[in-house]
Design a binder for this molecule. Structure first.
Ligand SMILES: *[C@@H]1O[C@H](CO)[C@@H](O)[C@H](O)[C@H]1NC(C)=O
Ligand SMILES: *[C@@H]1O[C@H](CO)[C@@H](O)[C@H](O)[C@H]1NC(C)=O
Ligand SMILES: *[C@@H]1O[C@H](CO)[C@@H](O)[C@H](O)[C@H]1NC(C)=O
Ligand SMILES: *[C@@H]1O[C@H](CO)[C@@H](O)[C@H](O)[C@H]1NC(C)=O
Ligand SMILES: *[C@@H]1O[C@H](CO)[C@@H](O)[C@H](O)[C@H]1NC(C)=O
Ligand SMILES: *[C@@H]1O[C@H](CO)[C@@H](O)[C@H](O)[C@H]1NC(C)=O
Ligand SMILES: *[C@@H]1O[C@H](CO)[C@@H](O)[C@H](O)[C@H]1NC(C)=O
Ligand SMILES: *[C@@H]1O[C@H](CO)[C@@H](O)[C@H](O)[C@H]1NC(C)=O
Ligand SMILES: *[C@@H]1O[C@H](CO)[C@@H](O)[C@H](O)[C@H]1NC(C)=O
Ligand SMILES: *[C@@H]1O[C@H](CO)[C@@H](O)[C@H](O)[C@H]1NC(C)=O
Ligand SMILES: *[C@@H]1O[C@H](CO)[C@@H](O)[C@H](O)[C@H]1NC(C)=O
Ligand SMILES: *[C@@H]1O[C@H](CO)[C@@H](O)[C@H](O)[C@H]1NC(C)=O
Ligand SMILES: [Cu+2]
Length: 588
C-alpha cells in the first residue's frame, strides 16, 4: 500500500475510533527482531584517556540495524546501566503508528528505568528506504549511544557494487555527566568544551585546536574501478563537518536524509548533526597508492577540530597514522550547499509537494540565545520558550492521556500568538493544514549568531531553502520556481556573518513546508546536543484530541503512562505491550 493510502486509512481509523486494543505479553515465547544492550563502561576513544562512555552492545557506534521497508520490527532495548535512564530514537522514521516508540522523553515516552528493557515497534513504510540512525534521546548520551539504521529497498534505484557506512561522531574530554551538569547549572554554567576529535566509524586522529593526536584511523576498504554507495551519517554532538576525499573529487549525491534524489555531483560534503547523505563513488581504476585520506574539519567553531579516515585499496594495515600536514584545503561553509539544487527521485515526492497557494499557515519561530539576568547561564529560546529536558515534568503525550500535567494545546491561543500556544508552550497543527515553518535566527543578547541543524520528528518536511536576514515568502517563491524540493528531516540554519548583528536582529532563516498528515506529539529541535540541553527544542501536537489520543483508548495504554510501568520488562517481569501496527492493520 502506498504511503498516502496508509496515512489516509490511519487517519480514518483515528477519526472513527473503532480500535479495540488488548495488550500482548512479550513473554519467553516472544522473539524480538533485534536486541540492543546499553551499558556505561570505561573506554578510551581516539587520544582521550579512559572515561565513562555509554555504549551499544559494547561499542560506539553500536551495531548496524538493517530493516526492510514495509515491515514491522520489534527491537528490544536493554538499559543495562544501574544509574541512568535511557530511550532510543529512530532518527528520521515517523512513529505515527506506534506513538510511544519515538524515544523522546519530553514528548512521547517515559525513559526506560535502569536495569529494565523496552520493546520498540519500528515500521519503516514502503517508500522510505534509506540511511537513518538510532540514538538515545536522554541527556548527552547520544554523543556515543548511537548506531546506523539502514532501511533496505524492495527495489534499489541505484544499484552499485557494494556499500559502506561512514558514521561520524564527536568525542569530548569531559564525560557526559560533567557536560550535562555544566550546561544546566544556573550558578556555574560551563560550556562542554570543543570536540576533541571527529571519529569515523568509531576511530579518528588528527588535530584539535592545533594539538596533534596520533590515534589509528579507520579504513573504508575498497577495490579499484568499482562503484560504492557511501552512506554518510552525521551523528556528531556538535560538529558541523566539511569533508572531502583526497584523489576522489567526484561524489554523486543520490539521497538526502531518507529521500532518494536525482544524482547531483559535488566535490565535498557538509554534514551537520542529524543529517545523512548517500553518495555514489567510483573508485580509481589505477590507484597510485594504497591509502587516500578522507579529511573532516569542524566549521563555525572558535577552534578547529580536524580528523581523518582512509579509503584503503591495499591490505589492511594494523596502524594508520593521521598525516602531519593536511593533504586537502577544505571548503569554508557554503550557505547554499545543495539548497534549491536537489530534486526528488520519486514521482510521489514530486507530485506531493504543496504549492505556495496551498499553504494555509506560516509559523515563524524566533531562535534566540539569552543570558539569564544576573547569572552566567546561557539558554536558548524559541519564541521566548526554553524547552529543557526537565520541561515538562512528564512526557507531553502521557500528560495528554492522563489529562493531568498539561491541557491539550489550543489552536485559538496559538493563532493569537504566532503559532505557539502561550499557555502550554506547544505548537498545535490541524490535520489537513499545509504549514510553512520558518526558523528565524536572531542575534543573541551578546549580538552573536550561531548555526543550528534543525530536526523534526514525525513526517519528513519539504525543505524550501534558506537565506540571510529575514524570510521573505515572495522572494523565496521566485527562487523556488522551476525546482521541486526534497523531503528532509534535518537541515541547517546558517549564520551569514561571524560578527555581531545586534540583540534580536533577524540574521538568517531556514524554511520548511509540510502537509500535516500524521497525528502525534513531535519534537522539532536543534540536533546539537549542547543546545538541546540549553532549551533549543519545541513540541508540536499534530491533530486534535480525538486524532492524537483516539488511536488506542486510555485503559489499553495504562502501562505506558507511568515511569517504570508494566510495558517495561525486567528480570522478573515480561513487558505488557500494545501491538500498534497490528491494530492498525486489523482496522483496515
Ligand atoms: C547485541 O548483543 C546481543 C547480546 O548481547 C545480541 O543478542 C544481539 O544480536 C546484538 N545486536 C545486534 C544488532 O548485533
Ligand atoms: C570506571 O573507572 C572509575 C575510576 O577508575 C571506577 O570508579 C569505576 O568503577 C569504573 N567503572 C566501570 C563501569 O568499570
Ligand atoms: C565524570 O567526571 C567527573 C569529573 O571528573 C567525575 O567526578 C565523575 O565521577 C565522572 N562520572 C562518571 C560516571 O565516571
Ligand atoms: C529517570 O527518570 C525519572 C522520570 O523522569 C526521574 O524521576 C528519575 O530521576 C530519572 N533518573 C535518573 C537517574 O536520572
Ligand atoms: C564551576 O565549574 C567548573 C568547571 O566544571 C569547575 O572547575 C569549578 O570548580 C566550578 N565552580 C564552582 C564554584 O562550583
Ligand atoms: C586553543 O589553543 C589556544 C592556543 O594554545 C589557547 O589559547 C586556547 O585556550 C585553546 N582553546 C581551547 C578551546 O582549548
Ligand atoms: C604515530 O604512531 C605510530 C605508531 O606508534 C608511529 O608509527 C608513527 O610514526 C606516529 N606518527 C607520528 C606523526 O607521530
Ligand atoms: C496568551 O496570549 C494572550 C494574547 O494572545 C493573552 O491575552 C494571555 O494572557 C496570554 N496567556 C498567557 C498564559 O501568557
Ligand atoms: C536583548 O533583548 C531581550 C529582549 O528584548 C532582552 O530581554 C535582553 O535583556 C536584551 N539583552 C541585552 C544584553 O541587552
Ligand atoms: C547578511 O546580511 C547582513 C546584514 O545585511 C550583512 O551584513 C552580511 O554581509 C550578509 N551576509 C552575507 C553572507 O550575505
Ligand atoms: C477532530 O477532528 C475530526 C475530523 O475533523 C472530527 O471528526 C472530531 O470531532 C474532532 N475532534 C475534536 C475533539 O475536536
Ligand atoms: C520489575 O517490574 C515489575 C513490574 O513493573 C515491578 O513490579 C518490579 O518492581 C520490577 N523489579 C525491579 C527489580 O525493578
Ligand atoms: Cu543549535
Amino acid at each position: 500500500m502506498t504511503m498516502f493510502l496508509k496515512q489516509l486509512s490511519f487517519l480514518l481509523l483515528a477519526i472513527v475510533g473503532v480500535v479495540t486494543a488488548t495488550t500482548t505479553c512479550h513473554d519467553e515465547t516472544f522473539v524480538p527482531d533485534a536486541v540492543l544492550r546499553i551499558t556505561a563502561e570505561n573506554k578510551t576513544q581516539s587520544c582521550l584517556p579512559s572515561k565513562s562512555v555509554v555504549l551499544v552492545n559494547g561499542t560506539s557506534p553500536g551495531p548496524e540495524l538493517r530493516l526492510l521497508e514495509g515491515r514491522t520490527y520489534w527491537i528490544r532495548v536493554y538499559n543495562d546501566m544501574p544509574d541512568q535512564n535511557l530511550t532510543m530514537h529512530w532518527h528520521g522514521l515517523s512513529q505515527a503508528v506506534a506513538p510511544f516508540s519515538d524515544g523522546s522523553p519530553a514528548a512521547s515516552q517515559w525513559p526506560i528505568p535502569p536495569l529494565h528493557f523496552f520493546d520498540y515497534e519500528v515500521s519503516p513504510p514502503v517508500g522510505r528506504a534509506g540511511t537513518y540512525f538510532y540514538h538515545s534521546h536522554v541527556g548527552f548520551q547520544a554523543v556515543s549511544a548511537s548506531g546506523p539504521l539502514i532501511v533496505e529497498d524492495l527495489v534499489n534505484p541505484y544499484p552499485c557494487d557494494e556499500e559502506k557506512i561512514v558514521f561520524i561522531q564527536d568525542v569530548f574530554t569531559n564525560n557526559d555527566t560533567t557536560i550535562e551538569q555544566g550546561l544546566v547549572s544556573p550558578l556555574n554554567w560551563t560550556w562542554s568544551g570543543e570536540s576533541s576529535m571527529i571519529l569515523v566509524n568509531g576511530e579518528g586522529g588528527g588535530t584539535a585546536n592545533g594539538t596533534f593526536c596520533n590515534a589509528s584511523l579507520s579504513t573504508i576498504d575498497v577495490e579499484p574501478g568499482k562503484t560504492y554507495r557511501l552512506r554518510f551519517i552525521g551523528a556528531t554532538a556538535l560538529t558541523f563537518s566539511s569533508l572531502a576525499i583526497e584523489g576522489h573529487e567526484s561524489l554523486q549525491v543520490v539521497a538526502a536524509d531518507g529521500s532518494y534524489t536525482k544524482p547531483l555531483n559535488t566535490s565535498f560534503l557538509q554534514l551537520g548533526s542529524g543529517q545523512r547523505y548517500d553518495v555514489l563513488l567510483t573508485t580509481l581504476a589505477y590507484p597510485t597508492k594504497s591509502q587516500y585520506y578522507m579529511q573532516l574539519e569542524s566549521r563555525e567553531r572558535p577552534t578547529l577540530t580536524r580528523g581523518y579516515a582512509v579509503l584503503n585499496y591495499g591490505p589492511k594495515p594494523s596502524f594508520i597514522s593521521p598525516p602531519v600536514t593536511p593533504p586537502l584545503t577544505l571548503s569554508n561553509t557554503s550557505t547554499t550547499f545543495l539548497d534549491y539544487a536537489l530534486t526528488p527521485l520519486s514521482f510521489s515526492d514530486i507530485s506531493d509537494f504543496p504549492t505556495a497557494d496551498q499553504v494555509t499557515r506560516r509559523v515563524t519561530i524566533k531562535v534566540h540565545q539569552h543570558l539569564l539576568s544576573g547569572l552566567t547561564k546561557l539558554i536558548w529560546l524559541e519564541d521566548n520558550y526554553s524547552w529543557t529536558p526537565e520541561v515538562p515534568a512528564e512526557p507531553y503525550l502521557v500528560s495528554l492521556y492522563k489529562n493531568d500535567g498539561i491541557e491539550f494545546p489550543s489552536m485559538d491561543r496559538a493563532l493569537a500568538n504566532g503559532g505557539i500556544d502561550n499557555k502550554t508552550g506547544a505548537f498545535p497543527a490541524q490535520i489537513g493544514e499545509v504549514v510553512e515553518i520558518v526558523l528565524q535566527n536572531t542575534g543573541a543578547d551578546s549580538g552573536g549568531v550561531d548555526i543550528h541543524p534543525w530536526h523534526a520528528h514525525g513526517a519528513a518536511y519539504y525543505d524550501i531553502g534558506s537565506g540571510n536576514g529575514t524570510y521573505d515568502a515572495a522572494a523565496n517563491e521566485a527562487k523556488l520556481k522551476g525546482t521541486t524540493p526534497v523531503k528532509r528531516d534535518t537541515t541547517m540554519l546558517y549564520r551569514y556573518t561571524s560578527g555581531s548583528v545586534g540583540n534580536g536582529t533577524d540574521a538568517g532563516w531556514r524554511a520548511w513546508r509540510l502537509r500535516i498528515t500524521e497525528p502525534g506529539v513531535w519534537m522539532v529541535h536543534c540536533h546539537i546536543l549542547q543546545h538541546m540541553l540549553m532549551g533549543m527544542q519545541t513540541v508540536w501536537v499534530m491533530g486534535n484530541e480525538t486524532e492524537v489520543l483516539g488511536k488506542v483508548p486510555k485503559p489499553e495504554v495504562e502501562g505506558y503512562l507511568a515511569y517504570g510501568g508494566n510495558v517495561n520488562g525486567n528480570e522478573t517481569h515480561w513487558p505488557e505491550v500494545v501491538h500498534f501496527n497490528d491494530l492498525w492493520a486489523e482496522n483496515q
